[in-house]
Ligand binder design. Structure first.
Ligand SMILES: Cc1cc2nc3c(=O)[nH]c(=O)nc-3n(C[C@H](O)[C@H](O)[C@H](O)COP(=O)(O)OP(=O)(O)OC[C@H]3O[C@@H](n4cnc5c(N)ncnc54)[C@H](O)[C@@H]3O)c2cc1C
Length: 410
């Protein structure tokens, strides 16, 4: 029976990167993938454009900055851009350092990967879900659900987290790690749309605004984001919400009360709004708000301010309702009740406990020769190319470390 130098479980971003890296040093490399194709998730990244790295990456954009620093020091965004250029992917750097392929197609990545895998003679077993891993006499036995066994000197678990399981990442890698004795921190969806408790969602569905959104726990602001916010039937989404969702879910799991505060008016001081209502004293209230906020908010704000009719004349409305309305323009709170869950989330927060992993090689401290890459580890980053960068960097480092160990022992 063939003994592979390296078996990689999971043919996603980090697994493919590991295989290509290792192929520079090793001959017998096997990727085992449960789907009928590799890289399924890559196709849906960046809305089909694949935001594959971020030129402004900082380690503080990740949940575990100290841990990721060791890995990014070995393979950073510039290395990523250079690496993909050698494969044929020309970069296009957009706002906030987000890098996309010049082709604007995530399928370009899959095409170059398939080309490289063939050229480098990397073996791929598709439609095989790994269900067990054993180690005996320095050799790993990797068993698939069809009860097939594969032998390898080193193993990389690159199975992803639990986000968007339709792409293959169903959390089975976490179970494999657990069975091998690793601790798993609590996992929950991040970069995900939020559900809010509001009677106005149907009315507002489809509205998009560009503004500041704060996340509050009780009355305390714990995170602020600026950018697009979208209303939908189920709640709210958009880049601001995705960024806030990790902390929102973390706090909700602790049974804390979580709110988003939407700042509808950013650029005008309150005094200017007070003057405006003075000036429009004889106008109907709904008319007085035209040109100030998106029209779809007008009836909502009037109701929230306790104003009985939207055609009441401003001068006839009690002062306290006018002031309530003005306050809402600067601080409109919606109670967060949950998220759309793993099915919708872009990344999994939590994963394999990092204290059990060597921070410069990604080798298990419990089982020599076993490595982990990508989202299966307790590492997640912001939206904007950070999570794929983690996949590339961790795939590179784990493969390089495994190769060095093999060469040392041969
Ligand atoms: C909709 C969406 C958009 C995204 N957009 C971006 C973006 O633009 N930029 C960015 O940086 N990040 C983005 N991400 C996040 C990024 O795609 C992931 O962080 C990254 O793909 C994780 O790589 P990975 O190798 O750890 O896991 P994955 O890419 O999830 O790959 C894991 C692979 O392992 C296989 N597998 C799982 N279990 C087993 C098993 N037991 N046996 C065999 N095979 C198994 C799976 O089928 C899968 O192919 C996005 C995610 C989603 C869901």
């Amino acid at each position: 029976m063939i003994v592979y130098d390296l078996i990689i479980i999971g043919g996603g971003a980090s697994g493919i990167m590991a295989a290509i890296t290792a192929s520079q040093y090793l001959d017998k490399i096997l990727i085992i993938e449960k789907n009928n194709r590799i890289g399924k998730k890559i196709l849906v990244t960046g809305n089909g454009r694949c935001n594959y790295t971020n030129a402004f990456l900082k380690t503080t954009d990740f949940n575990n900055p100290a841990f990721v620093e060791n890995i990014f020091n070995q393979f950073d965004p510039q290395d990523t851009i250079d690496f993909f250029e050698t494969l044929g992917i020309e970069p296009k750097i957009e706002d906030e350092g987000k890098a996309y392929p010049l082709s604007e197609q995530s399928s370009s990545f899959l095409d170059v990967f398939l080309f490289e895998i063939k050229k480098r003679n990397i073996q791929v077993e598709l439609n095989k879900e790994v269900i067990d891993i054993f180690k005996k006499n320095d050799v790993f036995k990797v068993v698939s659900s069809a009860n097939e066994a594969f032998l390898g000197k080193k193993v990389i678990i690159a199975t992803g987290g639990k986000s968007m399981p339709s792409t293959g990442s169903n959390g089975s890698g976490l179970d494999l790690a657990k069975n091998l004795g690793h601790k798993i921190t609590e996992v929950f969806p991040a970069l995900v749309k939020l559900r809010v408790d509001s009677p106005y969602l149907k009315q507002l569905a489809g509205v998009k605004i560009n503004t500041q959104v704060d996340l509050l726990v009780g009355n305390e602001v714990v995170q602020s984001e600026y950018g697009d916010l979208l209303f939908a039937n189920y709640g709210i989404s958009g880049p601001t919400i995705l960024e806030l969702s990790r902390k929102a879910n973390e706090k909700l799991m602790k049974r804390l009360e979580v709110f988003v505060k939407i700042v509808l008016i950013q650029s005008l001081p309150k005094s200017k709004i007070i003057e405006r209502f003075e000036m429009f004293k004889s106008r109907e209230i709904d008319q007085s708000l035209i040109g100030l906020v998106n029209k779809r908010f007008i009836n909502v704000l009037i109701k929230e301010a306790g104003i009985e009719k939207n055609n009441m004349v401003v001068g006839d409305i009690p002062k306290q309702n006018i002031f309530k309305l003005i306050d809402l323009l600067y601080d409109w709170r919606l109670k967060v009740t949950g998220s759309l869950g793993f099915d919708d989330s872009q990344v999994t927060a939590g994963g394999i406990e990092l204290t059990e992993i060597h921070e410069s090689t990604l080798e298990s401290k419990l089982i020599q020769g076993l490595y982990f890459t990508g989202e299966v580890l307790d590492v997640d980053g912001r939206c904007g190319g950070y999570n794929l960068q983690w996949a590339w960097s961790s795939g590179y480092v784990a493969a390089k470390s495994a190769c060095e160990e093999i060469r040392k022992n041969d």
